[in-house]
Design a protein around this ligand. Structure first.
Ligand SMILES: Nc1ncnc2c1ncn2[C@@H]1O[C@H](COP(=O)(O)OP(=O)(O)O)[C@@H](O)[C@H]1O
Ligand SMILES: Cc1ncsc1CCOP(=O)(O)O
Ligand SMILES: [Mg+2]
Length: 247
């Protein structure tokens, strides 16, 4: 499989392996403002990858807790009043300090208030937007980097457009793997300023871990458990052997 050389740098499997090593060395804290459905999967997934999650959505303490995190996830699922308030506080902090946040505009294709809020958040310049194809289409055009997940993951900015072909259909049968990918992207952005490289690292590591997990699994239930094991055990050699990054 060919590695891509476009724009500001080659995002090769070696580079992905280096970014994964950097994450494990740094163990960055990532604040994940995410929906009630996927919180445990997100926290466990971040921990298995090598990051340290924090997750409070209390508007009264989010400034203190998120304030010292190195990256932020803003996921618009189960968007209740507290979550909306916490998002405003945390995004102000991150935008004013130049730290990266990832926007995951969950179901903005079917909920108008989320679409409006997602577009307002795009104006705050997220480092990366993670969404499925329907959500990405509903956002319309915007500047900056994107990770569109699906059977093929598509990572792009104004200068580069790549696909990652790793993964397994069971990923789509386990609730919250898409939401986890947004959190993983935030973790990679804590150590990698190139958002396209961070997006590719996300798609490759989740996809390769899924391929390894699927070999050990009987169906989506056991797969969900093995996915955590595979993320925790993922090494450079797995990335170098299995990454499928294409232009
Ligand atoms: N048919 C598929 N084959 C392999 N991987 C898939 C498939 N569909 C989705 N994925 C993977 O599942 C994860 C969640 O993506 P997706 O289903 O697009 O998110 P969402 O839950 O937000 O719709 C991603 O890692 C993506 O690559
Ligand atoms: C990730 C996910 N998958 C099914 S529900 C859900 C959480 C978001 O819930 P909603 O968008 O319906 O508030
Ligand atoms: Mg995939």
């Amino acid at each position: 499989m060919s590695a891509a050389v476009i724009g500001t740098g080659a995002v090769t499997p070696e580079r992905v392996a280096d970014i994964l090593d950097a994450l494990r060395d740094a163990r960055p804290r990532v604040h994940a403002l995410t929906n009630t459905v996927v919180q445990t999967r997100t926290a466990d997934g971040l921990t298995a990858l090598g990051a340290v999650p924090s997750m409070t959505t209390d508007p009264d303490e989010v400034a203190e807790v998120a304030g010292a995190a190195r990256a932020l996830l803003v996921n618009l699922g189960t968007l209740d009043r507290d979550r909306r308030a916490a998002i405003d506080v945390a995004v102000d902090l991150f935008a004013s300090s130049g730290r990266p946040f990832v926007l995951d505009p969950v179901k903005c294709d079917i909920a108008e208030r989320r679409r409006t809020r997602a577009r307002a958040l795009l104006a705050r310049k997220p480092a990366l937007v993670r969404a499925n194809a329907d959500e990405m289409a509903a956002l319309g055009s915007f500047a900056g980097a994107r990770l569109e997940t699906g059977r093929l993951d598509r990572i792009a900015d104004e200068a580069r457009s790549l696909t990652v072909a790793n993964g397994h259909p069971w990923l789509a049968d386990v609730t919250g793997t898409g939401c986890l990918s947004g959190a993983m992207a935030a973790a990679f952005l804590a150590v990698e300023p190139d958002a396209v490289a961070a997006g590719i690292a996300t798609a490759v590591t989740l996809g390769v871990a899924a391929e390894i997990a699927a070999r050990r699994s009987a169906g989506p239930g056991t797969f969900a458990v093995h996915l955590l094991d595979a993320l925790a055990g993922l090494g450079r050699d797995d990335v170098l052997a299995l990454a499928r990054i294409n232009r």
